[in-house]
Ligand binder design. Sequence first.
Ligand code: UN1
Length: 504
Amino acid sequence: MQEVLSALGISDVNAGGFSGSWSGSGRPQAVVSPINGDRLASVTNVTAQEFEAALAKCHQAFATWKLVPAPRRGEVVKELGDELRRNKEALAELVTLEMGKTLRESLGEVQEMIDICDLAVGLSRQLYGLTMPSERRMHRLQEQWHPLGVVGVITAFNFPVAVWSWNTAIALVCGDTVLWKPSSKTPLTAIACTRIAEKALRKFGHDPAICSLVIGRGSDIGDLINTDPRVALVSYTGSVPGGRHVGRLVQERFGKHILELGGNGAVIVSEKGDLEIALQSVYFGATGTSGQRCTSTRRVIVQESILGTFRERLLDLYRKTPIGDPRDGENLMGPLVDTAAVETMLAAIGTVKAQGGRILIGGEKLPQPGGCYITPCIAEVSGNLPIVQEETFAPVLYIMGYRTIEEAIELQNGVSQGLSSAIITNDQRESELFLSAAGSDCGIANVNTGTSGAEIGGAFGGEKETGGGRESGSDAWKAYMRRQTNAINFSGKVELAQGINLEM
Ligand code: UN1
């Protein structure tokens, strides 16, 4: 453990703020591993004054960074990706130590960071604007994309490093600077990433305040980000209530926001699908990251003719789930992030029962030290009970039956969140219906693969209470830039649009 910490520059007590230099004079707070309750290190939060200084430096850094040619900015992101390659194992181990996902999943998370850097490097030469035919003679109409400003990135514990990288790699090539407020549950991984970014920026002689860090509570430091007009864009990943609060504050000052809020992923399993694919997709989707992904599978909607078989086979997999130390390669499930998460899961299970659901398996606390281990749960329900509508951020899977594909789609769409969805079928009519305007209402809709594990090449985000934001690939970069439309007259005369006559 100590080796990993020192390889990444983590000391016994660490300052939680960075904007070219480190600051943070709050009281040291211990960071405890959910693996066994051991203290990893301590972190000091930034004060309001230190926040102000960090934001001022990050804002100042924008003035020069925005003028660096985009492909040169891409060089820094290429270096960031290479640094991440060099630190992949250590950073993954720290992710596992700090929030408890299995090492193989942590390695995947760091790989996502590397992948988004690669994508952003290419993007640095492709920040295209369109040209349009002008309605006026000898005129040209075009649009350009300019850097936006400081991007406030507020991230959650469950992807403690990848979410920062999706935002940061894109923001950097777009010419923005980044002010990161990570989850208070995962400050050490944030400090490690900031050190890596600092190294990449310094290598090319750029101001390291371009990637700044402010660790503190959402209710003070988070709100300073949300309310400050110097933060042009706030990219927030978290709960629906959290996003509602952030969205209001940012909108109040006409700032921009990207909201990545709750999910309630469902998989529809058709009798015309491959049962093995269905089982594996649902099993990983529901138990991976101990059910703590926003893309986790929370509902499986199974055609009645195969419901019995599917349920028994899935229960078999659940019974055999290897749970324990996430550093042990044998284990598929580690702990939840903290004991509060375990209590939330137990409370949800109580509510399921009270609302008429039947617990088929799971929900048993395990005796490991730290108290964060619990067996994954399957509950049989009929339709979307009130508790099913809620996102319980834990491994609780609701199973329900359906008769027709239309009914299945209605169940899938019948919740307030709209992030991720999937259908397992070999029937093209069913899969096309699912992907059509009459189908899934989610930002992600997959065929024959599960709800989680989205690739960075696509735009990532969802509809309804998921918040509507998009980050990562495709044209999500446009949210990180300022669009400008230009009309250019080279006719030597004045001609008004809409045919308005100027003659006197
Ligand atoms: C999240 O849970 O906040 O699609 C993001 C996935 C990952 C990202 C999850 N690539 O499961």
